[in-house]
Structures are given as C-alpha cells and as structure tokens.
Design a protein around this ligand. Structure first.
Ligand SMILES: Cc1cc2nc3c(=O)[nH]c(=O)nc-3n(C[C@H](O)[C@H](O)[C@H](O)COP(=O)(O)OP(=O)(O)OC[C@H]3O[C@@H](n4cnc5c(N)ncnc54)[C@H](O)[C@@H]3O)c2cc1C
Length: 440
C-alpha cells in the first residue's frame, strides 16, 4: 500500500495545507485539482475581502516551507481579498510544494469517482488490503490514479444550494437560469455591474455572502439610483451577525454595513419568503412566488446566496458514515450543527471525528462541514494536521489538539428559519456568540 502516494482532491487552502503537512512527514503526495491554478474556487470570489486576518489564513507548516523560498509573509493583521490570498499565499505555496521532489500537483485533473481498486461499494473481500483508485477527467482524456490514502478537500463551492425552498430547483429556476446568479458577482467590475445597474434585483439568502451582495448593491445604487432590491429572507427576520461583539472585526463590520443598506429605501425586505416558483411575465421580467402566497414581480435579475452542499456523487463507491442532516462526518455533526446549537461551542477536531468506515479515506476542509455554514480555515488546518499524522501512523500527534481558535461569532440557526421565537437567529446582536475555541 505504501508504494502509492497519498492523494489529495483539491488545491484549495486546505488541500494545499494537507500537502504541506504530508511533505513535512516525508510522504509522497499527488494533488488533483480541476482548475488551472491553485485556489481555483477562491478565485471565483477573488474580489471579496476575507473577514479573517492573514494570521488565520496561513497554515504554520506551509509557512515553514514557504520561508525556505523567497516568500515574504504578509502583514499578520491585514485582511486579504480572495485574490490576495491566492497571489500572496496559495500560488507561492503550490510552487514551493511542486519544487520539492515529493509533491506532484496536477492541474486540470477533475476527479469523477473514488473507489477501492477492483471493489465497488458492495464488495467486502480483501477490501482494506486494496489501494484506492481515483477516476480522473483530463484534457487528454480519462485516467486513473492509485492512492494509499485519500483526503477529499474539494470544497463545496461547485454545488451551491438552489433558490427553491425544498432544496431542489424551484419550477422555472432552471428555465430562467440566464437571469439567476449563484454566488457573489463582482459589482466593482463595470462589465458585471452593467447587468444589475438600474435593475430590480432579488437577493436570496442571509449569511455573510448575502450581506456582501447587499453592500455591493448599495454601492452600485449610489451611481445608478434606479436600482432596486427585493431581499428574500426565509426567516421571520434577518440577523446581521454579532456587530461590535464579533471577535472577527471585519465580519462584524460587514454585518453593520449590510444592516444599513437593508434599512435604506433601496431594499424591500420580504421575510418568510420561501421560493416555490420562478416565472416570466409578458414583459419578460420575472415573478417569484413564496410558499406562503407572497409574490415579488418585475424582477430583472436574481442573486442566490443560500449556502452550499457537498458533492457526494464522486464518493458513491466509498463507505461513508455521514450525518443525515448536515452530510458531514457523523461524529463531527454534533459539534457544528446549526440546528442544534447555533450559539454553542465548536471544538477543534481531527482524524478521530473525520474517520470514515472506509479506512484511509477522509473528508477535510469546507466539504467536511457538509451543509453547515460555519467552516473556518483555521479549523481546516488543524483537521489536516491531525489526518496526515494519523495516516503517517503518528497516533499521538493525531489525537492531540494543537489549535486554539479565536473566539468567533458565527451565523447559524438555519434550521430555526420558521420559528418566530428564534427571531434573527443566533447572530442577533443581543445573542450569545457562537464560540469556536476551548480545546477538548
Ligand atoms: C466568500 C467567502 C469568504 C470566506 N471568508 C472566510 C474567512 O474570512 N475566513 C475563513 O476562515 N474562512 C472563510 N471562508 C470559508 C473557507 O475558509 C473558504 O471557503 C476556503 O476556501 C475553503 O477551503 P477548501 O480548501 O476547503 O475549499 P475550496 O477553497 O473550495 O477548494 C477546493 C478545491 O477543490 C477543487 N475541486 C473541486 N472539485 C474537484 C474535483 N472533483 N476534482 C478536482 N478538484 C476539485 C476546486 O477547484 C478547489 O480549488 C470563506 C468562504 C467564502 C465562500
């Protein structure tokens, strides 16, 4: 088994950190990345400023490797954009890893399936003696890569939640896809802004990403005053995070800016709006219908920022034990479930919580949180430190907790969306903050 490399799916912040940890332990590593460069998913939201400072966005073992090159560490307290994160950390890290003889990062390699070699999900005989095999699409055709162990750090960016309230595309959502954007369009880019300027834009979602969109539309409206916004909120009210109480200062500030825009004449807030249909009127503009009978008419564009879900299709032949609600590893779910304790405490966690029945296979990073919205990069760095230690047989280091996370207010509580008593969710300013700290 050990003749085969550790294979990591995804050259994002967590996949590359995993590669750095594996390299530090002398393991040979193959990283399979569907994009053309490191941080391909991050590059799609490159214009967004992170709410974490640099000190929380650089893995310590990766930094050790980078310091052996001519890398200059960014100022610890500064807050990069996604593009800065790539230019000043992820791209140099990918280059430094590639420069070592042990790490092979293959860009343009999209993993389409993971299995035990010669065994589908059903077959037990000799299963654990077999290596993994990854099916991969490349520009020159499909290929396979054999692995001793697999870390799936492929994120969730590629599978956004739909507008439809029951988790499927609402009737008409696919048909009108040309007017619906999932994620955060860069409204500082004139070519993109032209699509929204002076238009009636519906924004669905309440998390930090939705707040970013509201703030960007507020800026756009300053120069294009005909712009109007219908903000579709599933809950009876919308919270704006911890504000001044948020230990992540940038995130608190974002919430305050979004609240200001949302309270201005630009935005009409539609609460308890759970979209069940998208239809075009005779004038070509869209009509959105909610489960409770509300309608929003005259919509030109829709921006959907309702979170993400893991793509589990590539894992249909590996044995997983996932929480039925969050689709995260079952043991991790109670630590991160916004339905259970959106104002609770999440502990740093590692290989023990992330282990799967398929020995040697791990979910890490954003994908390991399934549908939970509270993933932070620092948590991911701790995950891969522990996972790689476990794979290397260093069980003591795998079980140890090396990380003390900053105490952070994190929005959650999506499960309480129709509970009037839940008010604005856990992140209403007067609520207790969601704490991510306290080692076990
Ligand atoms: C707008 C935004 C702002 C955020 N701000 C912060 C912040 O301030 N602080 C913080 O701690 N966290 C933040 N996060 C959360 C999180 O830290 C980031 O999303 C981070 O990028 C997650 O890293 P990752 O490596 O797990 O996943 P990703 O960054 O999504 O990387 C996954 C990689 O896998 C590749 N991939 C996907 N599928 C395949 C496949 N089938 N085959 C091969 N490759 C594949 C993708 O192309 C991508 O490069 C933010 C998230 C978003 C969306």
């Amino acid at each position: 088994m050990q003749q085969h490399p550790l294979v990591i799916i995804g050259a994002g912040p967590i996949g590359l950190a995993a590669a750095a940890h594996a390299h530090a332990r002398g393991r040979s590593v193959v990283v399979l990345e569907q994009g053309a460069d490191a941080g391909a998913a991050v590059s799609e939201w490159g214009h967004v400023r992170l709410f974490s400072p640099w000190a929380e966005l650089v893995d310590p073992v990766a930094a050790d490797l980078l310091r052996s090159s001519d890398w200059t560490a960014p100022a610890e307290r500064a807050h990069p954009t996604g593009s800065d994160w790539i230019a000043d950390y992820l791209a140099p890290l990918a280059a430094a890893l590639t420069a070592t003889a042990k790490v092979d990062i293959r860009f343009g390699h999209r993993v389409t399936g993971v299995a035990r070699q010669g065994r589908d999900l059903m077959v037990q005989a000799g299963r654990e003696e077999e290596p993994f095999v990854l099916h991969v699409d490349t520009a020159s055709g499909p290929t396979v890569v054999v692995a001793s162990a697999v870390i799936d750090a492929s994120g969730t960016w590629g599978s956004p939640n739909p507008l439809g309230t029951d988790g499927y595309a609402a009737p008409g959502e696919r048909e009108h896809a040309d007017r619906i954007t999932y994620g955060m369009p860069d409204l500082a880019d004139p070519a993109i802004a032209a699509r929204y300027a002076g238009r009636h834009v519906a924004v669905a979602g309440t998390g930090a990403s939705a707040q970013n969109v509201l703030v960007a539309l507020g800026r756009l409206a300053a120069t294009s005053p005909e712009t109007s916004v219908s903000w579709l909120v599933r809950r009876p009210d919308a919270g704006f995070g911890g504000g001044d109480n948020d230990q992540l200062v940038e995130r608190g500030a974002l919430g305050k800016r979004a609240e200001k825009v949302a309270s201005s004449g630009l935005v009409e807030r539609r609460t308890t709006f759970r979209t069940t249909a998208v239809a075009a009127r005779e004038d070509g503009r869209l009509r959105l219908t909610s489960a409770d009978g509300q309608v929003v008419v005259g919509v030109d564009e829709v921006i959907v920022v309702t979170g993400f879900r893991p793509d589990l299709a590539i894992l249909s032949e590996v044995r997983l034990d996932l929480d039925p609600v969050l689709q995260s590893p079952r043991q991790l779910a109670p630590l991160i479930d916004p339905n259970v304790h959106s104002c609770g405490t999440v502990y740093p966690h590692g290989a023990a919580e992330l282990a799967q029945p398929e020995q040697g296979f791990y979910l890490a990073g954003m994908k390991s949180y399934g549908r939970a919205p509270s993933f932070l990069t620092l948590t991911g760095f701790e995950q891969v430190r522990s996972i790689v230690a476990e794979i290397a047989g260093d069980h003591e280091a795998a079980a140890r907790v090396d990380l003390v996370l900053p105490e952070s207010g994190v929005c959650g509580g999506s499960g309480a969306f129709d509970d009037a008593a839940a008010g604005g969710g856990c992140c209403a300013p007067e609520s207790e903050l969601f704490t991510i700290s306290s080692p076990r």
